[in-house]
Design a protein around this ligand. Structure first.
Ligand code: ADE
Length: 223
């Protein structure tokens, strides 16, 4: 899979692509990511990428030309272009799975108070939001998507079975996990996990998972 990430703040994005799971996935070729600086297509000597909104109002709006001129040359027949925006489809596990099946994803980060509507209408296939809150821009949202999608790609996780039990994979929250020491500051690990009885462990985990999902995320519980 290849991802092109379009932003006016490449310096915000680069460090996250170099460390940990993402850094390794890029190094071993599971995924490739290129970051494109929108300012290279900015207008005038200040490489301006924004302007005042037609019709008046506060703030600035990102102009369409730098975005079109950056994204269009990247597009191929199999490309899918996403605009990060607080009014987009809510990014959930199912969306991550859907995007992880693509060969080429283009992520366009908005900034300022908005992006000229012609970008969403004529350049992008979908708008995606990472939650019901407003960020200063789409960069962190784009990185959230890159990381969540990369974890789902074959060969990225050391132990891919962890994909099955983790929160949201099965439409439920994950059960609590413990490691050594078996007792810490007087807090003990549940006995069943030390029992060696795999069936009992599986039952305990299933029950805790159902309990957690029902109390914290009743919206995920199917009737
Ligand atoms: N840009 C600003 N807020 C955002 C959000 N919640 N999701 C995606 N992109 C955004």
């Amino acid at each position: 899979m290849h991802i092109d990430l379009v932003t006016i703040f490449p310096e915000l994005v680069h460090p996250h692509l170099e460390a940990s799971l993402l850094g390794k996935a890029i190094q071993n070729g599971s995924i490739s990511v290129r970051v494109h600086d929108l300012r290279e297509k900015g207008r005038g000597k200040h490489r301006s990428v924004d302007d005042a909104p037609f019709g008046g109002g506060a703030g600035m709006v990102m102009r369409p030309e730098p975005i079109f001129e950056t994204v269009e040359p990247l597009k191929r027949a199999e490309s899918y272009t996403v605009l990060l925006s607080p009014r987009g489809t809510l990014f959930r596990h199912e969306v991550a799975q859907r995007l992880s099946r693509l060969d080429h994803l283009i992520l366009v980060c908005g900034r300022y108070e908005g992006v000229d509507e012609r970008v969403a209408e004529h350049l992008c296939d979908e708008e995606v939001s990472i939650g019901d809150f407003v960020l200063a821009g789409g960069e962190i949202a784009a990185l959230v998507i890159v990381e969540a999608v990369t974890r789902l790609l074959p060969g990225v996780l050391g132990n891919p079975t962890s994909l099955h039990s983790e929160s949201h994979a099965a439409g439920a929250l994950e059960y609590p996990q413990y490691t050594r020491p078996a007792e810490y500051r007087g807090w003990s690990v549940p006995d069943v996990l030390l029992s060696g009885d795999h069936a009992e462990v599986a039952r305990w985990r299933r029950e805790r998972s159902e309990e957690l999902t029902a109390t914290r995320r009743p919206d995920l519980v199917q009737e």
